[in-house]
Write a protein that binds this ligand. Structure first.
Ligand code: PXL
Length: 282
């Protein structure tokens, strides 16, 4: 699909993802590039790590050097005026510092997915890397999209219910002067899948109907933040970008593809589910 809407933009929009390679393609930079493509945004990537993984487990992680991260980003920005960037798995403090330096150097507008572990608890960012992420990257971000566990670590408190979720989003947004979207997926939710959004002192609820018994959610966080980044790169305001991203993730879970007997994965949807998704101030 080509993006023909050039009324608001001079050039074909490009976005950059900085993160890990997921060998099985469900998450990481593969999910990001697939998502950029689905929104007709040209994707560039700086690879921070190579993982050997499938939808069940990560078998191996090899970090790329911080020098290479800087060189990859320099090479891209030398010729591509990236509209928005996102970062995911950054592995260690050296890589986080290299990304923070690039954000300053190129005034990158950045969506941060503050990844530190996969679902099984495998470390994707070291403790000292997390500290640098908090000290140098979050304050420079346009938007941060933690899950519940990452948000708990950011605020230093347990998030037990939706009230805690909204308070945490406001606290993170206020602390880092950024837009914060906490993905509520790890909370016990019933009728709706609710995310908490906070920006400039206001709190919002981003909501989709709950899809029951979904086994195929590998890569959901990467896909969500990539979809936000893509829509921001298209020139959308943050609220519309969030609605588009939630709609896309909902559709990707509602319309998975089967790659094998036990392998069903999220995939860019055919159907437009936007009428089911809402963003309301609370
Ligand atoms: O969802 C976080 C994440 C990001 N990037 C890579 C990953 C994972 C989780 O497994 O493997 C490469």
């Amino acid at each position: 699909m080509k993006n023909k809407n050039t009324t608001k933009i001079d050039f074909y929009p490009a976005a950059l993802t900085i993160g890990g390679s997921d060998s099985c393609g469900g998450g990481g930079i593969q999910a990001d590039l697939r998502t950029f493509n689905a929104f007709a945004v040209y994707g560039c990537s700086a690879v921070a790590a190579v993982t050997a993984q499938n939808i069940f487990k990560i078998a191996d992680i090899q970090a790329i050097s911080a020098e290479s991260i800087s060189a990859q980003i320099d090479a891209i920005l030398d010729s591509v005026p990236v509209k928005f960037a996102k970062c995911g798995m950054l592995v260690n403090p050296e890589i986080v510092r290299a990304v923070a330096a690039a954000v300053r150097k190129y005034k990158l507008k950045l969506v941060v997915d503050p990844v530190f572990a996969d679902d099984s608890g495998k470390e994707l960012l070291s403790d000292d890397g997390w500290k640098v992420l908090c000290d140098e990257l979050l304050g420079a971000s346009y938007l941060v999209a933690p899950n519940v566990v990452e948000a708990e670590r950011l605020v230093g408190m347990k998030i037990k219910n939706e009230k805690d979720l909204f308070n945490a989003a406001k606290s993170i947004s206020d602390t880092y002067k950024t837009i914060c979207v906490i993905k509520g997926g790890q909370l016990k939710q019933d009728k709706y899948a609710v995310d908490a959004v906070a920006y400039d002192g206001h709190i919002y609820q981003l909501r989709a109907p709950m899809l029951k018994n979904c086994r195929h959610t590998h890569g959901i966080g990467c896909t969500f933040s990539a979809a936000i980044c893509a829509n921001l790169a298209l020139g959308m305001e943050w609220d519309d970008a969030l609605l588009e991203a939630k709609t896309f993730v909902f559709g990707s879970i509602a319309e998975p593809v089967r790659l094998g007997e036990n392998t069903e994965v999220m995939y860019p949807p055919e159907t437009d589910f936007s009428e089911h998704i809402s963003l309301l101030e609370i």
